[in-house]
Design a protein around this ligand. Structure first.
Ligand code: NAD
Ligand code: DAU
Length: 331
């Protein structure tokens, strides 16, 4: 099978490429990535020569048409992905996440190919901290940030194309990923790399916000399961029952890195900051054989910390850029 992976030089996309190379050797992979600030081509070094890597944008209709025509399946990871950045400059999010997805589904439709669209639990908005409810596939969309609004828009386009044009697509909405090769602008790698540099971690607001953490390999295994076992036209929520508030999660990172639990600073909150995400992945578990393998976040975090400690060259430049951006908004 010829597979086009958009955004394959980013965090989840590069881990997908490495994992699929190992687990599905008969899939021939092409990466289409604009190589924005969020990409790190070094993430694909282990598969150099085994995967075609094309620098280009999903917003380029000619390039997208040519590439989609030459592949059987498109796995669409490419996105502008960071909430904080979307508050400062929303346009790239509209361009890549909405227009880019439009260009892709038009090409998939023209050439009658198979698409798997990657999305986020953030399209559902947030839950109260004391609410026992979790998101399901029927939860109404209610996005809070420019980022999540563009992801919801993209999801709606894919859904409309499946209904109106018979697009052969599946969709998945996953919770917060962690693991190796995540950009140091994001919470977990920002704190790990900061602690390695002797800098105190920064918690937004009161640190009470809850995220439902999943290891990136568990996310990507679920994507493969949906591609192989999911039903066309369906959405699947992906999550591994990993709810933690930011303060508790940071305390675990501090403990694993030999610091006391109070070695951090509170900083001003993110505007519109979603309180809590929580995924009910019953449908995915009922319709596929997927089960998460990284049930213990302590082990997953220890592995992630070890990876950042051993790969300073991978994150050093990106961290400097991310921190200068945070400094502009006092976070
Ligand atoms: P990331 O920012 O690490 O990587 C995104 C990649 O897309 C980068 O390599 C970037 O260069 C590329 N890209 C950006 N604009 C592009 C364009 N116009 N054309 C082609 N490539 C472009 O993001 P990530 O965390 O790996 O997220 C990947 C996908 O998974 C996104 O769709 C995101 O919404 C979704 N998602 C992420 C999480 C998470 O916790 N990180 C959770 C659920 C869903
Ligand atoms: O839920 C899935 C989403 O998870 C994905 O769609 C997004 O692409 C991904 O970035 C992530 O969004 P979040 O906004 O939840 O992730 P982030 O890593 O930015 O922040 C996680 C939590 O930590 C959030 O409550 C904000 C908080 N935070 C973040 C940073 C960077 C801090 O307290 N301090 C920080 O320095």
């Amino acid at each position: 099978m010829r597979v086009l992976v958009t955004g394959g030089a980013g965090f989840i996309g590069s881990n997908f490429v490495l994992r699929v190379r190992a687990n599905r050797p008969d899939w021939r992979l092409t990466v289409l990535d604009a190589m924005t600030y969020a990409a790190n081509p070094a993430s694909l070094d282990p598969v150099a020569g085994e995967v075609d890597i094309i620098k280009g944008s999903v917003t380029d209709p000619g390039l997208v048409d040519e590439l989609v025509a030459a592949h059987d399946l498109v796995v669409h990871f490419a996105a502008d992905s960071h909430n904080d950045n979307s508050l400062q400059d929303p346009w790239p999010f509209l361009d890549t996440n909405v227009i880019g997805t439009y260009q892709l589904i038009q090409a998939v439709r023209r050439h009658d190919k198979r698409l798997h669209h990657i999305s986020t639990d953030e399209v559902y908005g947030d839950l109260e901290l004391d609410d026992p409810a979790r998101f399901t596939e029927t939860t109404p969309m209610n996005p809070s940030s420019p980022y999540s609004a563009t992801k919801a828009s993209a999801d709606l386009l894919v859904k409309a194309w499946t209904r109106s044009f018979g697009l052969r697509a599946t969709l998945s909405n996953c919770s917060n990923n962690y693991g190796p090769r995540q950009h140091p602008e994001k919470f977990i790698p920002r704190q790990i790399t900061g602690i390695l540099d002797g800098v105190r971690p920064k918690l937004y607001g009161e640190g009470r916000n809850v995220r439902d953490w999943i290891h990136v390999d568990d996310h990507n295994d679920a994507v493969v399961a949906i591609i192989e076992q999911g039903r066309i036209g369906e959405t699947y929520l992906i999550g591994a029952d990993g709810e933690h508030n930011n303060r508790d999660l940071l305390a675990l990172i501090l403990e694993l890195m030999g610091k006391t639990a109070d070695w951090f600073d509170f900083v001003p909150d993110r505007p519109g900051h979603d309180l809590r995400y929580a995924i009910d992945a019953s449908k995915l578990r009922a319709e596929t054989d997927w089960r998460p393998r990284h049930a213990d976040i302590r082990d997953g975090l220890a592995q992630t910390i070890a990876w950042y400690a051993a790969n300073e060259g991978w994150w050093r430049t990106a961290k400097a850029v991310a921190e200068s951006r945070y400094a502009q908004v006092g976070r």
